[in-house]
Design a protein around this ligand. Structure first.
Ligand code: SF4
Ligand code: SF4
Length: 168
């Protein structure tokens, strides 16, 4: 949970809410058990229903692919929350606006990785530029078997998982 703690501290996430979580799934019965631990966060979907269901334009997608919320435009209607298949958003009780992962946009502008990536003690989180074919994430995408969460939702997530069965 180092990533979860780092995210909360870095991004001033309100009490009792999280921008990222680590989900633990156990399937089967002893002694035939399977367990999966996987970090979950906003998938910064290419085809983001939170964006096209937002009535005010507060939810938007940047040119670099990061999905953001303009809290000045947000009226707290929760249409984006209802549209998101990943439970990736919540309302910030301090200002009534939708709140979510921003992929550490204030850090990456300075060339740093997001806090969750920097803090992950096992290097499980990897951040990078899919538009650069030489970047580590592009090479992983080309060479490894990757999966996304709930692909059938049609949102085209840009968070990919390596080596997980994605138990439900
Ligand atoms: S995971 Fe949810 S909040 Fe994030 S871009 Fe996709 S639909 Fe929007
Ligand atoms: S809660 Fe805010 S960001 Fe979400 S749909 Fe309503 S106005 Fe848009």
């Amino acid at each position: 949970m180092a990533c979860v703690v780092a995210c909360k501290r870095e991004n001033d996430v309100p009490e009792e809410h999280y921008r990222t979580r680590v989900v633990e799934i156990v399937e089967g019965k002893f002694p035939k058990l399977r367990m999966e631990l996987r970090p979950e966060l906003c998938n910064h979907c290419e085809n983001a229903p939170c964006v096209y269901n937002c009535p005010t334009g507060a939810s938007y997608k940047r040119k670099d692919g990061i999905v953001m919320v303009d809290k000045k435009k947000c009226v707290g209607c929760k249409a984006c929350m209802a549209a998101c298949p990943y439970d990736a958003r919540f309302i910030d009780p301090r200002n009534g606006a939708a709140h979510k992962c921003t992929l550490g946009e204030h850090r990456i502008i300075d060339g740093k990785d997001p806090a969750c990536v920097t803090t992950c003690i096992s290097g499980a989180r990897i951040f990078g530029d899919f538009n650069d074919p030489q970047s580590p994430v592009s090479r992983i995408l080309a060479e490894r078997h990757v999966r996304t969460l709930i692909p059938e939702a049609g949102t085209k997530p840009t968070i990919y998982y390596i080596g997980l069965e994605l138990l439900t």
